[in-house]
Design a protein around this ligand. Structure first.
Ligand code: SF4
Length: 380
């Protein structure tokens, strides 16, 4: 069968929870691009894509989906994408692979890229959403990143229109609710603006994910960071609280502050103490709390609030109550990919290579803190 080669543009970044989503690029990079801790789009210029460009991508993707279904229909039930079809696409048409995987996974979710897609004019957004649903009637979730400042450009009725046209979830980089932290990190937004933006999204009936960065207050502001962030979240009650842990990438402007001493990061143990205070301070909300990022030391701190709060606190306290050498072994095991959960320390087969590594570091006078900082850079 002769296939037409179809071209469309996709960006590299999406939230981990959108791994299975079809990626549609509305803008390129980040219009703000000043956050000190963020290495993602540094040296990249922001640009808006025209509605025609975006629609042409969506049409090309719809045509690709049609072609993938045709090849699949030969070895599967109509409408279902077979593994064999995915394997064929992988070998012969790798540029279509994302669409093949998406269809194989059900073809339901779409993520609009890049860092702040709602910056496009409202009528353009509505036009794109409508076209997207027309081309892919199977879609039932459309999500995007948005900055709180950008969300605040919309009135409530405009946000409701976006919902009516199919937008269903917004991922917001809250990072912190503490004004001092937000100002130092040049986030360009205040805790109050984060709160208003979150309430606007919630009032429209859209699903809201808030991303929080543990350790962002450093040694001097960790307590305020934990308490003020919990305060914003308690006022908004987002659907999801998604945790990240700060790692300072050499490309990020924060690296200079680290070198000149104007920002002193927390150690892993201090981050867990901060997280304990943060979780203790979450009150009156029913958000789902997730720590599924590889940068988080304790991935298993997860659950539905308020029911799972005590269980989450118990995990944090369990780690903090361990003796120092046991915590160090766990940190090294987690950062080298040997451990995922505290209980992994009960399995000698997992522990033995990490203990070996620990002894090597000691013999070379390398501290666990230093080594962990290096290891974490692999995950940014
Ligand atoms: S954290 Fe988000 S808003 Fe800040 S520079 Fe990075 S992509 Fe842009």
């Amino acid at each position: 069968m002769a296939w037409e080669r179809l071209k469309f543009e996709q960006g590299p970044i999406r939230p981990p929870s959108e791994a299975g989503s079809l990626l549609i690029r509305l803008t390129r990079n980040c219009p703000w691009n000043r956050c000190l801790f963020c290495p993602i789009y540094k040296n990249e210029k922001f640009s808006r894509r025209s509605v025609d460009e975006i629609k042409s991508d969506i049409s090309a993707m719809a045509e690709a989906a049609k072609q993938i279904r045709l090849i699949s229909d030969g070895d599967s039930s109509p409408g279902v994408i077979s593994r064999q079809a995915v394997a064929t696409i992988q070998t012969e048409y790798p540029e279509m692979l994302q669409i093949a995987y998406w269809l194989y996974g059900g073809g339901k979710n779409v993520f609009l890229q890049d860092g702040d897609s709602l910056l496009l004019p409202l009528h353009d957004l509505l036009d794109i959403l409508s076209f997207l649903k027309e081309q892919f009637p199977s879609i039932d979730r459309i999500t995007t990143y948005a900055r709180s400042k950008t969300l605040l450009r919309f009135s409530q009725s405009e946000m409701n229109l976006l919902r009516d046209q199919g937008l269903s979830r917004i991922h917001v980089g809250l990072e912190s609710g503490c004004d001092k932290v937000l100002e130092f990190m040049k986030k360009g937004v205040t805790g109050e603006q984060h709160t208003k933006a979150g309430l606007l999204v919630k009032a429209a009936g859209l699903s809201l994910s808030f991303y929080v960065i543990l350790g962002l207050g450093g040694q001097s502001l960790w307590r305020e960071h934990a308490l003020d962030t919990a305060n914003v979240i308690n006022r908004v009650n987002p659907d999801f609280i998604r945790m990240r842990t700060l790692a300072i990438h050499p490309v990020s402007p924060l690296y200079q502050s680290f070198i000149d001493g104007s920002f002193t990061p927390l150690t892993d143990d201090q981050v867990i103490r901060e997280e304990l205070l943060f979780v203790e301070s979450l009150e009156g909300i029913d958000s789902y709390f997730i720590s599924d990022h590889i940068l988080n030391l304790l991935e298993e701190v997860e659950g539905q609030l308020p029911a799972d709060k005590e269980k989450m606190l118990g995990t944090l306290k369990r780690y903090l109550n361990w003796p120092e050498d046991k915590r160090d072994i766990f940190r090294l095991g987690r950062r080298t990919g040997n451990f995922r959960q505290l209980n992994d320390l009960d399995h000698q087969a997992f522990v033995q290579p990490v203990e070996e590594y620990y002894r090597q570091l000691q013999s070379q006078n390398i501290t666990v803190d230093e080594q962990v900082r290096q290891l974490m850079l692999r995950f940014i």
